[in-house]
Design a protein around this ligand. Structure first.
Ligand SMILES: [Zn+2]
Length: 119
């Protein structure tokens, strides 16, 4: 038996917590799972890039940070080449940020030149 408030375990025979004056429960509720980044934003996340170059991964992170675009980088730490196969790092952003993020990715693809003139 456990107190739902202070989580003290009681032997059978007790039915109230002596400290909290609350009825004991058989089992404590499971702690909520850690919040996944996907759950911090409502709505869909979309993939905007799959990068296999660690330098590109670092650069894109910095560029998205600079534009305050939230992102998830999947397989971040496992970009490597095995048997000639690169495992890409997948970048996801909230669908609402897709347009801005796509422009950032385009900048990266063209070679990031912050002062480059357009047109
Ligand atoms: Zn208690």
């Amino acid at each position: 038996m456990f107190c739902p408030q202070c989580h003290t375990e009681y032997r059978p025979g007790f039915d109230r917590c002596a400290d909290c004056d609350l009825p004991l429960v058989q089992t404590l509720p499971e702690p909520p799972p850690p919040t996944a980044p996907e759950e911090l934003y409502e709505g869909a996340w979309v993939t905007v890039a799959n990068l296999t170059m660690q330098t590109d991964v670092s650069l894109l992170k910095a560029m998205l940070d600079a534009d305050s675009i939230p992102f998830i980088a999947r397989n971040d730490s496992s970009v490597f080449i095995m048997d000639g196969t690169a495992i890409p790092c997948q970048f996801l952003v909230p669908e609402t940020e897709r347009e801005r993020a796509t422009k950032v990715v385009e900048q990266l693809a063209e070679g990031y030149q912050p002062s480059a003139s357009e047109d």
